[in-house]
Design a protein around this ligand. Structure first.
Ligand code: TYD
Length: 134
């Protein structure tokens, strides 16, 4: 099964412009406990390089684009986030890296838990060990 799973956000636009609403249990498959966004990412700077033990996330580029690499320890896939109407589902125990941010990129992330540094795995070898040991 592909690691790349999208959730579509139907635009509720009219002649004035577009609008997207995100709702838990509808387009977002978990109760939203936290929202954060990355912006002003320095040109050439990559981010991420971690996995989460239990956290689930949906990432959407509301403007601009970036390249997301997902890796579950067995397969690695990459995808461009470049649409405000498409969210990328990122499950727990998935290593993620974000590259090639455009200067206008605003990457919005919806998360299933509050921030908890103990939920992070920031070392790739530790991540592979955790995947192997279930
Ligand atoms: P980090 O998760 O390392 O960013 P990225 O994976 O996008 O490169 O977070 C950067 C810093 O911000 C780090 O010191 C932790 C802090 N942080 C919070 O305090 N709350 C949050 O919700 C997030 C995502 C990060």
């Amino acid at each position: 099964m592909s690691l790349v799973q999208w959730t579509s956000f139907p635009p509720l636009g009219d002649e004035r412009g577009s609008l997207v609403a995100l709702e838990s249990g509808k387009t977002i498959p978990f109760p939203i406990e936290r929202v954060y966004y990355l912006f002003g990412t320095v040109s050439g700077q990559s981010r991420g390089f971690h996995a989460h033990r239990i956290l689930q996330q949906v990432a959407v580029c509301v403007t601009g684009r970036c390249r997301m690499v997902l890796d579950n320890g067995e397969q690695r896939e990459e995808v461009w986030l470049d649409s405000p109407t498409k969210g990328l589902l990122i499950g727990n125990m998935v290593w993620r890296e974000m590259h090639d941010f455009t200067s206008d990129c605003v990457l919005l992330v919806l998360a299933s838990q509050h921030y908890d540094e103990a939920d992070y795995i920031r070392n790739y070898e530790d991540f592979l060990r955790n995947v192997k040991n279930g």
